[in-house]
Design a protein around this ligand. Structure first.
Ligand code: ZN
Length: 411
């Protein structure tokens, strides 16, 4: 991005002379007339300001720009103040500006300085500020509604432009753990209801980190196949994890592939999300053909609910140890009960989970044992469920949306 000349106050004389034909004086007629006036007013204003700064530049000994051909940055003359037209998107509408063009006195080559003055890249038609506003709008609601809202307030911008802004801003967003925040977080995946993509085909995976002041921030996000591709989520954060003074405590519902993807790379304490366990148990009980609300079903589910409920703020190490061994004992009893009943799915699920169930409590890391990602997923689904998406499109809109709700992105 070019540097805009700064540090000087430039006063622009701006005499307004417009001819508008109105038939009535009521509110809506005046608003309508102003909307007709707006592009003209806005273009004139941009043009006047640019010429003002252009003149100021030309009066300087050393310019803020240099000849692209010979590098001369002192001697130029005006070629034109109303040259070839270029369009940019303000957040009122597209405007067309006549470009300012100068000629190098040393080599004679001509160049435009309008974009340099605006701080825009060559050929950039949508300024970053406008793009961010469009991207945020498109991430907060549907493209159709975005377009509608824009139009209501006189912003004539079409769905495709909004879509494009979301894609561009989302694709450029990167998420990683922050070394200054807590070495604790959660990773979870959910089948995302992307219209046009079979529900169980793709999974949205999110890594969130706890913030020191409370709350969470998003530290990784991806859409990929079930049971896989967790690597991508942690890739940019491995060095941050290594930099923490304490081992990173990761809360998860126990997707095996998270464990595999991090094995040997960093020290991480896993804590299964205890909130999930009684619910996932209901699924394996169903696989084992245990009738819902039968005596066996109630026994297993009720026991697991109790085992998985952790009293927060127990601060005495001995009490914690006692609680954990009591819970372990009860869990062992339930597993044996399921073995006797030949509930093979349930047995293997519980045996798998038990190694990581009490990690946080044992390490007295005050780890929250219920998931905060659940809520985050609801935030995602409110937007992703409503239209047809490519995987990439859904990922980008989700990134912008989550960045707004959790990471301070704003426009
Ligand atoms: Zn030159």
């Amino acid at each position: 991005m070019g540097d805009t000349p700064q540090g000087k106050d430039i006063t622009i004389e701006f005499d307004c002379q417009f001819r508008v034909n109105l038939q009535r004086s009521d509110f809506s007629s005046i608003m309508k007339a102003f909307l007709m006036l707006l592009p003209q007013l806005l273009e004139d204003f941009f043009q006047k300001v640019l010429i003002g700064f252009g003149e100021y530049e030309m009066g300087l000994k050393k310019k803020s720009f240099a000849c692209k051909h010979c590098g001369n940055d002192t001697e130029f003359i005006w070629k034109t103040r109303h040259g070839k037209a270029t369009t940019i998107l303000t957040w009122f509408r597209w405007i067309t500006l006549k470009q300012l063009q100068v000629r190098c006195k040393q080599c004679g080559s001509k160049q435009y300085i309008t974009r340099m003055l605006l701080g825009l890249e060559q050929k950039q038609r949508v300024p970053e500020e406008t793009r961010h506003k469009l991207a945020l709008m498109g991430a907060l609601t549907t493209y159709r509604v975005s377009e509608k809202i824009g139009k209501m307030f006189g912003w004539a911008v079409d769905k495709m432009t909004i879509w494009g802004a979301v894609q561009k801003v989302g694709a450029a967003m990167e998420f990683a753990l922050d070394g200054d925040e807590e070495p604790r977080g959660e990773a979870d995946g959910t089948g995302i209801g992307i219209t046009g993509i079979p529900k169980r085909g793709k999974e949205l995976k999110v890594l969130v980190q706890y913030k020191k002041g409370g709350g969470i921030r998003v530290a990784g996000i991806d859409i990929g196949n079930y049971n896989g591709s967790w690597e991508k989520l942690f890739q940019k954060s491995l060095d941050v994890i290594k930099g923490f003074k304490r081992p990173f405590l990761l809360l998860t519902d126990g997707d095996d592939s998270i464990f595999k993807s991090l094995k040997g790379k960093v020290v991480i304490l896993f804590q299964r999300c205890l909130w999930h366990i009684p619910y996932q148990a209901q699924y394996v009980l169903w696989q084992d053909k245990v009738k819902r609300k039968s005596a066996d079903w109630l026994h297993v589910v009720a026991e697991l609910m109790e085992i998985c409920s952790i009293r927060p703020l127990v601060d005495c190490q001995d009490t914690i140890q006692e609680m954990i061994s009591s819970k372990r004992m009860r869990l062992q009893n339930i597993i044996e009960f399921c073995m006797e009943k030949k509930l093979t799915h349930t047995v293997s699920y519980l045996q798998n989970a038990r190694g990581d169930m009490f990690t946080a409590i044992e390490n007295r890391l005050e780890g929250r044992t219920t998931s905060r990602v659940e809520r985050l997923f609801r935030t995602v689904n409110m937007r992703a469920n409503v239209s047809k998406w490519s995987t990439e499109g859904a990922l980008n809109v989700t990134k912008v949306r989550l960045a707004y709700y959790y990471n301070g992105f704003d426009a």
